[in-house]
Design a protein around this ligand. Structure first.
Ligand code: G3P
Length: 226
């Protein structure tokens, strides 16, 4: 499963890229606007932090096909390989997806709330479809159920598009989404840290250190090997 960071916060992205096995970064206009800075400078900086090999998903702010296509082509030029234009699902967005695919631009169809939106997005040529798990849970739908049906639909119909589940608030949502075979998730850096952290791990490490020190003091294995 691909782990992607849903953030435009430079310091947090730097930390995730240094310490965690992440596969890329996703942004959207809300995430970008939180940084209150020059958009082009910001996305260039994110690209330079994650490097050319990791995926970078940037969302269009246009709603009509012609402008979406133009933004997609310009952004792809600027961002290079492994770039995906995020397009919210809509008639204009689907038309833009079909046109951009012909020109080889990667597409993530986003703001997906139903199985059929995902299937139609995939049919239009989207490389990824992004269902919103927590926002589905918030309306007393079932994010995990919707995502698992999309995963199954893609299997049954032999569709190559991948599911990039988005909108997470809890580690439990992440775990359940991973269990249904989702190919990718995007989560904020704070939630990524929660996935790594467990207090019992810290207790275990404290015990290891104390037991080692009781016999070997400050010596490290590396000193013993030299
Ligand atoms: O990037 C889209 C998605 O992750 C939005 O998440 O937390 O605003 O529901 P959220």
């Amino acid at each position: 499963m691909l782990y992607i960071i849903d953030s435009a916060h430079i310091e947090l992205i730097k930390k995730c890229a240094e310490f965690y096995p992440i596969d890329g970064v996703t942004t959207n206009p809300t995430i970008i606007s939180k940084e209150k800075t020059d958009f082009i400078k910001l996305i260039k900086e994110i690209r330079s932090i994650i490097g050319p090999d990791k995926m970078f998903h940037v969302q269009t702010t246009s709603t009509d096909c012609k402008d979406i296509v133009e933004e997609g082509l310009r952004l792809r030029e600027l961002m290079g390989e492994n770039f995906y234009l995020k397009i919210p699902v809509s008639p204009e967005g689907l038309k833009a997806t079909m046109e951009l695919k012909k020109q080889g631009v990667g597409i993530t169809m986003t703001a997906i709330f139903t199985q059929q939106q995902a299937l139609i997005g995939a049919k239009a040529g989207a490389d990824f479809v992004a269902p919103y798990v927590n926002r589905l849970d918030n309306i007393v739908s079932d994010g995990v159920h919707v995502v698992s049906e999309i995963v199954n639909l893609f299997k049954v119909h032999n569709i190559n598009s991948k599911v990039l589940a988005a909108s997470f608030k809890t580690a439990e949502q992440v775990h359940k989404i991973a269990m249904v075979g989702t190919q990718a998730i995007t989560i904020n850096p704070e939630l990524f840290e929660q996935l790594v952290y467990h207090p019992l791990t810290l207790y275990a490490v404290d015990d290891f250190e104390a037991d080692w020190a009781s016999v070997y003091g400050n010596q490290k294995i590396i000193d013993m090997i030299k």
